[in-house]
Design a protein around this ligand. Sequence first.
Ligand code: ADP
Length: 795
Amino acid sequence: MTSTQPRPPSGHPAPVGPARASGADGPRPARVGILTSGGDSQGMNAAVRAVVRTTLTLGGEAFAVHEGWAGAVAGGAQIRQLGWDDVAGVLHRGGTVLGTARCAEFRDRAGRRAAAGNLVRRGIDRLVVIGGDGSLRGAEELRREWPTLLDELVASGEVSGHDRLSHPRLRVAGLVGSIDNDMAGTEMTIGADSALHRICAALDGLRSTAASHQRTFVVEVMGRHCGYLALMAAVAGGADAALVPEAPPAEGWQDLLVRRLQASRAAGLRDLIVIVAEGAVDRLGRPVRSADVGTLLTERLGGEGSRVTVLGHVQRGGRPSAYDRWMPTLLGHAAAQEVLGDGDLPAVVVGVRSNRVTLTPLPEAVRAVDAVREAAEKGDFDVARAARGRSFATLSASLEDLCTPPGLLGAVGEERPTAATALVGGASTGGQGPGGGDGAQPVPRARRVGVLHAGGPAPGMNAVVRALVRSAAVGGTRVVGVVGSVPALVSGPVRELGWAEVDDWIDLPGAELGSRRTVLRAEDAGRVAATVAEHRLDALVLVGGIEAYRSAAVLDAAAAQHPALRLPTVCLPAAIDNNLPGTDLSVGADTALNTVVEALDRLRSSASAARRCFVVETMGGPCGYLPMMAGMAAGAERVYLPEDRITIHRLARDAGQMTEAFAGDRTQWLAIRGDQSSASYTADVLARIFEQEGGDLFDVRQTVLGHVQQGGVPTPFDRLLATRLAQVALAEVDRRLAAGQSGACLVGEVGGRPTVTPIDRLEVELDDRADRPRRQWWLELRTVHERVGGRAARA
Ligand code: ADP
């Protein structure tokens, strides 16, 4: 995720007609080789599946190159043609079904010459390589040398002149598979999100045992050069300090760490967690090892001492998260399209930025990675940190605020963490989030910000409140919880939230402050004004779904009549349906998606011995995000969305294709239906139609997933989003208070950037026929799904 200047994909033009390579004896299907190389990571299989199926859909032929570059060098049975069903049932599996290896021979020209010969003799002159920066460097070498390698092979008689003429160039696309998230050309590498899932699960477990014994845990996470996992895990895992390679702590950090942890304990924390990246160093470049940190804390903290846990390879293992299934699917689809194009394009890294595909020339991406490593080696850590991208910079700053206990400020004579004293290095945001405090005038008393939830419960709501309380505390602002949603805004109760009290809210399911699907009535605005005045609230943050947004609009409209309501009111999106305007994603949607995908994995495995069609209904209301993304991530054959019309004609066609598939080798068919996709064609109706059409060929089961989708422990992504959005909300509160500006607004993230939308845009940005945004970025993914998952029986 090192920064470069990527370009968007070339409009993803679908080749007209089948993808062909022109040979001396006329056009024949283009052949695409796929390999996974270097360290494995979760999600590689989703990429392989998407490359194979997109290639087939577009008329090409797909070949697996097993065991990475070693398979290319060995040739023979290591290169094998793949059909549509060869990559069925792989989405949920960790690691790589193609196998991977390190291959010393490929580093030499002789090895690459052998590989070129093996590929060209099979007619393969297009490659999609999935691996880390080493594997992609190898791909670029091979591409550059291809013409001269083939000349040598023709001269030695190992390759025919005909083959040489038919395959004048190698087209290469690289996908970055690496849990470290350390590569340029993509914001997220394949596997990083799943690794974060593993780490956060471990931290959640450690936190409870640490609290029981008042112990300190030092946890080492992977990342030799890149502190991405360590930093994100520290924020998402509610750690109390982190040591990462890009932000070496200043001289004397040991004292600072001890004082900080002592102050945290004094503030009431029973469990303390320090994250150490595998490659952490101090300012002089000396390694900071987890074992040494453990010894330091045992000696200096007293109590029950500290325990060191090295997470190791479990971080690479396990099922891929939902993101590590749909994102690599998107990238694999784009990569196949790219290599199936014509012309002499440079090799590209197919990456992702804000959920959109980007292409970066491979040499440029490799140079960017080298530049970051050199900067870090030279001690230029600002460059190294900036290169990690916006989210890294924002979160390294906010971690300082999140884990600075109130007693530390003043008690040890420290004003607040600064770049010089901070453990994770980044400049502090001042507790008011990005952009906060610009021109802010001091206020005579501590500010008080009220927070409440409205709408259906969304996992991560508690994490929002935790981030608000913690970040606000550094700037002296108090956060007051309105306990009981909108009705409590009318008549209480309302109470101040403590710094230590919210500590374990990072992974707490549900909404501790309560949430109801109630919209404030205009006639109650006067009583809300009384609540605001009584509790001296300077601003309100409404966290939740459309009910929160509409309540804010009611308050905004009532402000003319009730002066107490002339205060900044900020809405923060938290809804599993992801149906809110002003943001690409809402807090809770990723958790719900993972819950659905996990349930679908279980369903599929329950029927491993049967021929079965599942009709599964998800939540999502008027918005198809949840069924669509679950369909992508779980490999559903069909998704029925509220955005599309279900017709009898469509159902007849689907039933026909399903029957045809089961008449072949198919053993499962998964159809996902959003709960508001059609008033008439319910899950029951769909299941009956399919059952009737299928006869004895297969049976049909329907499952309504229901409220499990609103529960569960928030995913790392939702915890991080919750934290970032809380900071954006605080910054906006701060800016408005400083400017003397009241009124309501919506905060969010669009295209990876924080956004603030005035409340009067709310109804404009909503589709007037349904409560969902007019523009939904993910709808574009329907084509990808149709090509990769949606096809019926294929050869
Ligand atoms: P990763 O791809 O995960 O970074 P490695 O750096 O070990 O893992 O690279 C995997 C394989 O890619 C190596 O074993 C080698 O075959 C090939 N490779 C790596 N670097 C180069 C290079 N500079 N030139 C040619 N091949 C390379």
